[in-house]
Design a protein. Structure first.
Length: 273
C-alpha cells in the first residue's frame, strides 16, 4: 500500500511538472494562430478560426527565414564537426591504455570545468586575426571546439563498456583497427551519439552570447539574436511574436521526439554493468 502511494505521488509530481512545462507552449501555439486583436482582447481564449498570417509575417517581414537558416547551418555544422572529431578520440581514450592517456583524459575533463565564455576576449581577438569575426564559420568552429570535452566524456564512457570479445572476433575475421572502429564500434554507440547530438544541439540552438558578440551583419544573425530585433520591431504584434517563438521552438521539440528512445538508451547504457 505504501509503495502504491509513493508511486502515485511520483506520477502526480511528474504529470504536474509536464503540465507546467506544456501549458505555456500550448498557449503560445494557440495565440500564434489568432489575429492580433483577439490576442490583445482575450489572451487565453481558443482561436475562433485558424489564422496563419502571423507566421507569414514572422517568416518574411521579420526575416525569420534567414535567422532559422543561419541557426540551422551553424548548429548542425558545429554538432557534426564535434561528433566527427570526438568519436575517434573517445574511442582511443576509452579502449586503449598508453603512456599519457590518463593525462589526456584529465585534460579533456578540465575542459568541462572551465566555461568557454570566460575566454571571450582572447577568442574575439583570435577570430579577428583569422578573419572569422562576423562569420558563421567562426561560430561553427567555436561551438564545435567547446563541445569536444563533453562529447569525449560521454562517448569514451560508452566505448569503455563494450566487451573486448567484439574486437577480438573482428580481428580474427581480418579486420584492422580502422574497420573495427567504423564498422563494429561506431554502430554500437549510436545511443551515445544521439545523446551527444541532443545535449549539444539544444544549447547551441538557443545560444545568444557568441552570436551577439561575434556577428555584425543582420543577414548572418541566428534565431536568438534575431529574436531581440524581432521583439523591438513587432512589440505590439503579439500574434507575430508568438509565431516567431513557435518557429524557434519547433525544431527542438521535433529533435526530442525523434531521439527520445536513443537518449534514454544512451543515458542508461552502463547502469546495469
Amino acid at each position: 500500500m505504501k509503495t502504491q502511494v509513493v508511486r502515485l505521488g511520483g506520477y502526480l509530481l511528474l504529470w504536474g511538472y509536464a503540465a507546467a512545462a506544456l501549458i505555456p507552449l500550448i498557449i503560445m501555439l494557440l495565440d500564434s494562430l489568432r489575429p492580433n486583436r483577439e490576442v490583445l482582447s482575450h489572451p487565453l481564449a481558443l482561436p475562433s478560426s485558424l489564422d496563419f498570417s502571423s507566421y507569414s509575417t514572422a517568416w518574411t517581414q521579420a526575416s525569420f527565414g534567414t535567422y532559422a537558416q543561419n541557426s540551422a547551418m551553424v548548429t548542425i555544422g558545429a554538432v557534426a564537426l564535434d561528433v566527427v572529431v570526438s568519436l575517434p578520440a573517445a574511442y582511443v581514450l576509452g579502449r586503449y591504455q598508453f603512456r599519457g592517456s590518463g593525462t589526456l583524459i584529465a585534460f579533456f575533463l578540465a575542459g568541462l570545468m572551465l566555461p568557454v565564455r570566460l575566454g571571450i576576449v582572447p577568442i574575439f581577438y583570435l577570430m579577428g586575426s583569422l578573419g572569422l569575426t562576423d562569420s558563421r564559420l567562426g561560430l561553427v568552429l567555436i561551438y564545435a571546439a567547446s563541445g569536444i570535452p563533453f562529447s569525449i566524456f560521454i562517448l569514451s564512457a560508452f566505448f569503455r563498456t563494450l566487451p573486448r570479445e567484439l574486437e577480438e572476433a573482428a580481428r580474427i575475421d581480418g579486420a584492422g583497427d580502422f574497420r573495427i572502429f567504423a564498422r563494429v564500434m561506431v554502430p554500437l554507440v549510436k545511443p551515445a551519439i544521439a545523446t551527444v547530438v541532443v545535449f549539444r544541439f539544444v544549447p547551441l540552438w538557443n545560444d545568444f552570447f557568441f552570436p551577439l558578440v561575434l556577428l555584425r551583419t543582420t543577414d548572418r544573425y541566428t534565431l536568438p539574436v534575431g529574436l531581440t530585433q524581432f521583439f523591438g520591431e513587432f512589440q505590439t504584434n503579439w500574434s507575430a511574436l508568438f509565431a516567431g517563438l513557435v518557429i524557434a521552438t519547433v525544431p527542438l521539440i521535433v529533435l526530442f521526439l525523434v531521439a527520445t528512445k536513443q537518449i534514454v538508451q544512451g543515458l542508461t547504457a552502463g547502469m546495469g554493468r
